[in-house]
Ligand binder design. Structure first.
Ligand SMILES: NC(=O)C1=CN([C@@H]2O[C@H](COP(=O)(O)OP(=O)(O)OC[C@H]3O[C@@H](n4cnc5c(N)ncnc54)[C@H](OP(=O)(O)O)[C@@H]3O)[C@@H](O)[C@H]2O)C=CC1
Ligand SMILES: Nc1c(N[C@@H]2O[C@H](COP(=O)(O)O)[C@@H](O)[C@H]2O)[nH]c(=O)[nH]c1=O
Length: 348
């Protein structure tokens, strides 16, 4: 099975949540700096998608504007422009639309999202940017098919319910009990970019990267690893963090983080602990291992990047946690930073 491309949704809306006004003229919400950012994001993607109404109403070109970015793409063996895709069940599209007549990449029309994603995966597309409009964003979001959302808010109101909102009504996977992860807020002149992470895989990446960053603060040691740990509740809010040797010269990262929480804290029962290294399962310097502490705290989910290397002991934290019914997620794709922080302690 081929994996679907990474899906990045992008939209600009007014303060009151509209993507456009109700006139025939296209509403520009981004400023010049933000258009340049959009161009950069486009240049980092293999394909760009819009819905059929956006082609009909905006007549977009969806090409890379910057000559330097086009040259960089070509120099790295890519076409100057990403593949363009339009979603349309009706197929009612004007062949003279700029979508079809501009740009050097392929132009595709698809009537179904699943078929489209499979086709793009087969064409080697790894990153897809979805630029709207309302119906298209609603389809991707309600189906849980978005990994990341770039939402720009422009500083004015449209104030007309006849205009298209960011999304239609619907059942979205993120609600007040299951919040999306806010990875970044950036002021770009007078607009604000919000970057949200929407898929579990990307949320895990974000918190594990935080844990790896935290491990860089560990006081150096020849006899113990440098590890960072973050505990995140079911709403996606950080509730504790810690790192090796943070509070005394023996303390482990998970131990330091869990010590900051009341064992009776109800959030623990649905929280995730992110640790840059597999939780320890043998320890001389303390009565309880980090694996034991995690089990005793009732944490149902553990995510780590690197298995404990056999430098000091043979770790079996992952196996013990899984055997106890905890969900254990190993992310070796994020292990490079952990290896770098601990390079003097790893086997050559
Ligand atoms: N500010 C911003 O960032 C942006 C604003 N916009 C604005 O959004 C507005 C357009 O939004 P909207 O009218 O909702 O249109 P869309 O651009 O989302 O197009 C909707 C059409 O796309 C096709 N489509 C949508 N979902 C699916 C699906 N799941 N499977 C197959 N086909 C699908 C259908 O085409 P068909 O009818 O052919 O069957 C549908 O009618 C415009 O006013 C535009 O200016 C657009 C993009 C970005
Ligand atoms: N209006 C608007 C956006 N609209 C999106 O940009 C597309 C036009 O791209 P181009 O053909 O390159 O001019 C348009 O069809 C729609 O998908 N995007 C934004 O980031 N900010 C904005 O204010």
């Amino acid at each position: 099975m081929t994996t679907r491309p990474y899906v990045l949704l992008s939209a600009a809306m007014s303060i009151d949540g509209y993507l456009d006004d109700a006139t025939d003229q296209r509403l520009v919400l981004s400023n010049d700096l933000d258009w340049d950012r959009v161009d950069e994001v486009r240049a980092g993607c293999d394909a760009i998608l819009v819905g059929a109404n956006t082609v009909r109403r905006d007549n977009p070109r969806l090409v890379i504007r910057s000559a330097a970015r086009r040259e960089r793409r070509v120099a790295s063996g890519l076409p100057a422009d990403p593949i363009k895709v339009v979603l349309s069940r009706s197929g009612d599209l004007d062949p003279a639309a700029a979508f079809f007549t501009t740009g050097e990449g392929e132009k595709l029309v698809h009537a179904d999202i699943d078929t489209m994603l499979a086709d793009l995966a087969a064409r080697g597309v790894r990153r897809l940017m979805v630029e709207g409009g309302t119906g298209t964003h609603t389809s991707f979001l309600t189906r849980g098919l978005a990994d990341e959302l770039h939402l720009v808010v422009a500083p004015f109101f449209v104030g007309d319910a006849a205009a298209p909102r960011f999304v239609h009504d619907g059942r979205f996977p993120w609600d007040r009990d299951r919040r999306a992860t806010l990875a970044e807020v950036r002021k770009i002149g007078n607009v604000v970019l919000h970057r949200y992470l929407l898929s579990e895989r990307e949320v895990d990446r974000y918190w594990l990267e935080q844990a790896v960053e935290l491990s860089r603060r560990c006081p150096p040691s020849d006899t113990a690893f440098a590890v960072g740990a973050v505990v995140v509740d079911a709403h996606g809010e950080e509730i504790a963090r810690g790192y090796s040797r943070e509070t005394d010269d023996r303390v482990h990262a998970e131990e330091a983080a869990l010590a900051r929480l009341d064992p009776a804290d109800p959030r623990l029962a649905t929280a995730t602990i992110y640790s840059s290294l597999e939780p320890c399962s043998r320890r001389r310097s303390r009565p309880r291992t980090c694996t034991r502490l995690i089990l005793d705290a009732g944490l149902p989910r553990v995510v780590f990047a690197l298995r404990e290397p056999p430098t000091f002991v043979d770790g079996e934290g992952a196996e013990l946690l899984a055997a106890a019914g905890r969900e254990v997620v190993e992310r070796p794709d994020l292990a490079a930073g952990v290896r770098e922080v601990n390079r003097s302690l790893l086997p050559a």
